[in-house]
Design a protein around this ligand. Structure first.
Ligand code: FAD
Ligand code: SIN
Length: 537
C-alpha cells in the first residue's frame, strides 16, 4: 500500500520558538501541519536559560540595543535588519506575555501598579534588558506556545516525524522558477516516508551544535534544515561563524548542560583551576566581555595551564540570591554533587549557536519560492560575525510574525503537480550500523579538533579532506539502505560540516567568531562581505 499524502496549507518544520510562533499566527486562517522529529517541546528553545533581549523602557533604548548588536557583530550585521528586528521586538514580546508567558517580575510591591519585569544582564549588553523566567526561560516559552497550539483546531502536530527533503519543481523535472511544493517526511514509528503537499513550507529546524563533539545543544540540533535547503538549491551564508558558549558545565555525567551567561551578569567571576582571576588580562570588561573573547580566553588559559576546565565562581553572592535566581543550575549541579553557593562551577566552552544559515529576509523569504526560513536555521544579517546574547529568541519571534503577516497578505497558491512517493532503499543490514556511529564520532571530533575556537588554514584543509572522504562513504551507505533518522542526521551533519569548513577557508581573515591564526586581524576588504555557498547544478 502506498504511504499517505497529506495536504495542508502550510507545513512548518520544527517546534521551537520560530515554528510555533509562525503556526499560531497563520492558523486562524489556514490549516497547518507542524512536523517535528522528537516530542513537541524538544528544541534548542526549550533549553534557553538567559532570556529574551528586548527594550522595555527605563534607562534603555532601541538605539542602545542596536549599538550593542552591531558592536558584537564585528562589522558584518545588516544595520537595517538589526533596526527592524530590535524595533519590533518589544511588541512581539508583549504578545507572548498576552499568550500566557510568565516572565520573572521584580520583587516587592510595584509603586505605580504596573508590572515590572526583572531584567537580566549578559555579555556585550550595555544595559539590563534580558527578560527571563528565572534560569529556564526556554521551558516557559515552549509551555506557553504549545498551550496556544493545543487550543488551535487548525494546527496538527506530527511528533516523531523527520523531514528528509523538500519537493521542488526542479526536482520534479519542471523548468522555470524553482518552487518548493512540499516535503518528504519519515514517520519514525511507522518506518515509512510520507508526502506533505502544501502552499509553502516554513523551515524552523534550529541550529547544528551536534556537528561538534562538545555542545550546549540537545540531540535534535543536527543542522538538518541547512543541509536540506542546500541540497534543494538555496543559498547558505556565513557558516564559519559558530558561536562557542564559554560556560558549559564540565562533569563526566553532565551532557550539554549550559551555565547561563547571566551568572556572570550577576557578578560571577572566571578563574583558573588554581583560583586566579584571568579575564582582566584579556578584556577591559573582564568576565562580561563579548562571548567570542571569553571563549578564546578560556581556550588559551586551558592550553596554557593544561587544565581540562576553568572555574566560574559566584560563591561571593548570598546563597539565597543564587538559589532563587538560578534554581535550575543550582539543582542540576547539586545532583552532580556540587553546591554552587559554596564552590565554583567547573566550566568549558562548547559549540552553542549557528550565526550563519539559509539566506533569508526578515520576512523569512529564501532564494526558493515557497520556502521560508526563520530562526536559528536562517541568516538574516542580525547577528553578523557574532551574535549578541539573547538576541536569537527575539529574532525567531519577530521574523515568524513577519513571515506570517506576509503569507496572510498574499498566500501562495497550491501546486497542481503530481508528487511521486519517496523511493525506499533495500533492507537494512544491522551489522553495518556500526558505520553510522563511527562516522558520527569522527565528524564531530574532526570538527572539534580542527574547526574549533582557534583555527589554522592547515587544520581546516585537513578537516576538509577527512569530511570529503566520510561523505563519500555516507553517500554510498545512504543509497544502499532504508532511510532511518540516525543515518539521515549523519548525512546532514556531514553536509553542514562541509559548509562550515568551506566558509572558514574562504574567509581569509579573523573576524568575530572566526579566528584563524594565519590571518590574525580583520581585513577591511571582508567587512560587509558574507561567505555565500550554493550547490552548483
Ligand atoms: P529550535 O528551538 O532549535 O527548534 C528546532 C526544531 O526543529 C526542534 O523542534 C527540532 O526537533 C526540529 N527539527 C530539527 N530538524 C528536524 C527535522 N529534520 N525534521 C523535523 N523536525 C526537525 N537564545 C536566546 O536568545 N536566549 C537564551 O537565553 C538562549 N539560551 C540558550 C541556551 C541553550 C542551552 C541553547 C542550546 C541555546 C540557547 N539560545 C538562547 C539559543 C536559542 O535557544 C535558539 O537559537 C533558538 O531557540 C532557536 O529557535 P528555533 O525555533 O529557530 O529552533
Ligand atoms: C545564556 O543564557 O548564557 C545563553 C544566552 C544566549 O545564548 O543567548
Amino acid at each position: 500500500m502506498s504511504p499517505p499524502t497529506h495536504h495542508f496549507d502550510f507545513v512548518v518544520i520544527g517546534s521551537g520558538i520560530a515554528g510555533l510562533s509562525f503556526a499560531l499566527k497563520i492558523a486562524p486562517r489556514f490549516r497547518v501541519a507542524i512536523v517535528t522529529k522528537r516530542w513537541a517541546a524538544e528544541s534548542n528553545t526549550n533549553y534557553a536559560q538567559g532570556g529574551i533581549a528586548a527594550v522595555t523602557g527605563g534607562d534603555d533604548s532601541v538605539e542602545l540595543h542596536v549599538k550593542d548588536t552591531l558592536a558584537a557583530g564585528a562589522g558584518l550585521c545588516r544595520e537595517t535588519v538589526v533596526r527592524q528586528i530590535l524595533t519590533e521586538g518589544p511588541s512581539r514580546v508583549a504578545e507572548l506575555i498576552e499568550l500566557g508567558m510568565r516572565f520573572t517580575e521584580e520583587e516587592g510591591e510595584s509603586p505605580d501598579g504596573e508590572r515590572h519585569f526583572d531584567l537580566g544582564r549578559e555579555g556585550g549588553h550595555s544595559r539590563r534588558r534580558i527578560l527571563h523566567a528565572k534560569d529556564a526561560t526556554g521551558r516557559e516559552i515552549e509551555r506557553a506556545l504549545l498551550a496556544g497550539v493545543a487550543a488551535q483546531p487548525n494546527i496538527r502536530v506530527f511528533e516523531e516525524h523527520f523531514a528528509i527533503d523538500f519537493i521542488t519543481t526542479r526536482k520534479l523535472g519542471h523548468s522555470g522558477e524553482n518552487r518548493c511544493v512540499g516535503v518528504y517526511v519519515l514517520d519514525k514509528a511507522a518506518g515509512r516516508v510520507e508526502t506533505f503537499a502544501c502552499r509553502s513550507v516554513l523551515l524552523a529546524t534550529g541550529g547544528c551544535g551536534k556537528v561538534y563533539l562538545y555542545t550546549t545543544n540537545p540531540d535534535v540540533a543536527t543542522g538538518d534544515g541547512v543541509a536540506m535547503a542546500y541540497r534543494a538549491g538555496a543559498r547558505v551564508a556565513n557558516m564559519e561563524f559558530v558561536q562557542f558558549h564559554p560556560t558549559c558545565l564540565y562533569h563526566p555525567k553532565a551532557k550539554s548542560f549550559l551555565v547561563t551567561e547571566a551568572v556572570r551578569g550577576e557578578g560571577g567571576v572566571l578563574r583558573t583551576v588554581d583560583g586566579v582571576e584571568f579575564m582582566d588580562r584579556h578584556h577591559p570588561l573582564k568576565s562580561l566581555a563579548p562571548r567570542d573573547v571569553v571563549a578564546r580566553a578560556i581556550d588559551s588559559e586551558m592550553k596554557r595551564t593544561g587544565a581540562a576546565h576553568v572555574l566560574l565562581d559566584i560563591t561571593h553572592k548570598p546563597a539565597r540570591f543564587i538559589i532563587d535566581r538560578f534554581p535550575n543550575i543550582y539543582q542540576t549541579c547539586l545532583k552532580f554533587g556540587m553546591d554552587i553557593t559554596k564552590e565554583p562551577i567547573p566550566v568549558v566552552p562548547a559549540a552553542h549557536y549557528q550565526c550563519g544559515g539559509v539566506v533569508a529576509t526578515v520576512d523569512g523569504e529564501t532564494a526558493i519560492a515557497g520556502l521560508l526560513a526563520v530562526g536559528e536555521v536562517s541568516c538574516t544579517g542580525l547577528h553578523g560575525a557574532n551574535r549578541l546574547a539573547s538576541n536569537s529568541l527575539l529574532e525567531g519571534l519577530v521574523c515568524a510574525h513577519r513571515a506570517a503577516e506576509k503569507m496572510l497578505a498574499a498566500p501562495p497558491d497550491f501546486s497542481e503537480l503530481q508528487m511521486p512517493d519517496w523511493q525506499l532503499g533495500k533492507a537494512q543490514n544491522a551489522d553495518e550500523l556500526v558505520v553510522v556511529s563511527h562516522n558520527w564520532d569522527e565528524i564531530r571530533r574532526t570538527m572539534w579538533d580542527y574547526v574549533g575556537i582557534v583555527r589554522t588554514t592547515k587544520r581546516l584543509e585537513r578537516a576538509q579532506k577527512r569530511i570529503a572522504l566520510l561523505q563519500e562513504e555516507i553517500q554510498q551507505y545512504y543509497w544502499d539502505f532504508v532511510v532511518a533518522s540516525d543515518l539521515l542526521e549523519l548525512r546532514n551533519i556531514a553536509t553542514v560540516a562541509e559548509l562550515i569548513v568551506a566558509s572558514a577557508l574562504q574567509r581569509a581573515e579573523s573576524r568575530g567568531l572566526h579566528y584563524n591564526l594565519d590571518f590574525q586581524k580583520a581585513d577591511p576588504a571582508w567587512a560587509q562581505r558574507d561567505t555565500i555557498l550554493s550547490r552548483a547544478r
